[in-house]
Write a protein that binds this ligand. Structure first.
Ligand code: AP5
Length: 217
């Protein structure tokens, strides 16, 4: 049986994980688990999980590990995950990493770190616009064609509630507090691939593809 491929994307808020993962998923034909995106949909639909997550996300804190486990397990069982999955923003804590590893068998796993400075994070999140359909734009670096409307579905774009300066700083603080043990885990296994995120969107993508090709993925 062919090995499954799991790609994990790490990086500070606004480093471009979602942008890169969406581009890569189309090329590799792998499904994406973006816990942030799924949680935003739960909030939008006003589900029980969404109601619990809403104030936590608005404050820039992490949603409790346990609340995400059932969701991640379920998605991993889906048919379209048969060849593997690309993870955007999961795991973020040691407990989440432990849980995810328990789901892997002898699979192909690589972790990417998209690295950008704090200054860049603030510039990027300050100009980000999002759409209900999941598309993401930046008013300067990746603007929509039609003034603040989505190129894909023409809906009005919005500013995420956690893209306020004080919330961005809190998200950065939490990222820095939690991330090092996770990065070290993959680094020690020789599975951490570090990418300079302060390049154009296309150049970051081509660096990711080159690293994957070097590993025959
Ligand atoms: P989540 O949605 O995962 O937020 P995040 O990790 O903070 O990351 P972002 O989505 O803000 O940024 P990104 O790196 O995807 O960048 P993007 O591609 O959009 O999580 C939100 C919240 O949900 C969390 O705070 C937490 O509460 C909860 N949550 C989620 N997962 C959780 C978990 N596992 N455990 C517990 N809680 C969890 O790009 C940003 C902007 O920059 C865009 O405007 C884009 O167009 C632009 N851009 C992208 N790349 C470039 C480039 N190379 N050059 C110039 N501009 C660029």
């Amino acid at each position: 049986m062919l090995e499954k491929t799991y790609l994990l994307f790490f990086g500070p808020p606004g480093s471009g994980k979602g942008t890169q993962v969406d581009m890569l998923a189309k090329k590799l034909k792998l499904p994406v688990i973006s816990t942030g995106e799924i949680l935003r949909q739960e909030v939008e639909r006003n589900t029980e999980l969404g109601r619990k997550a809403k104030p936590i996300m608005a404050a820039g804190d992490l949603v409790p590990d346990k609340l995400l486990e059932a969701m991640v397990s379920q998605i991993l069982k889906n048919k379209d995950a048969a060849k593997g999955v690309i993870f955007d923003g999961y795991p973020r804590t040691w407990k989440q990493l432990d849980f995810l590893i328990s789901k892997f068998n002898n699979d192909n796993v690589y972790a990417f770190l998209i690295d950008v400075s704090d200054k860049e994070v603030i510039a990027r999140l300050g100009g980000r616009r999002a759409c209900d359909c999941g598309a993401v734009y930046h008013m300067k670096y990746n603007p929509p064609k039609n003034d603040e409307r989505c190129d894909l579905c023409n809906k009005k774009l919005f500013i995420r509630s956690d893209d306020r300066k004080d919330v961005i700083l809190e998200r950065l603080k939490i990222y820095k507090k939690e991330i090092n043990p996770l990065l070290n885990y993959w680094r020690e296994k020789g599975k951490l691939i570090e990418i300079n995120g302060e390049q154009s969107i296309d150049k970051v993508q081509s660096d990711i593809i080159a690293k994957l090709k070097g590993r025959s993925i």
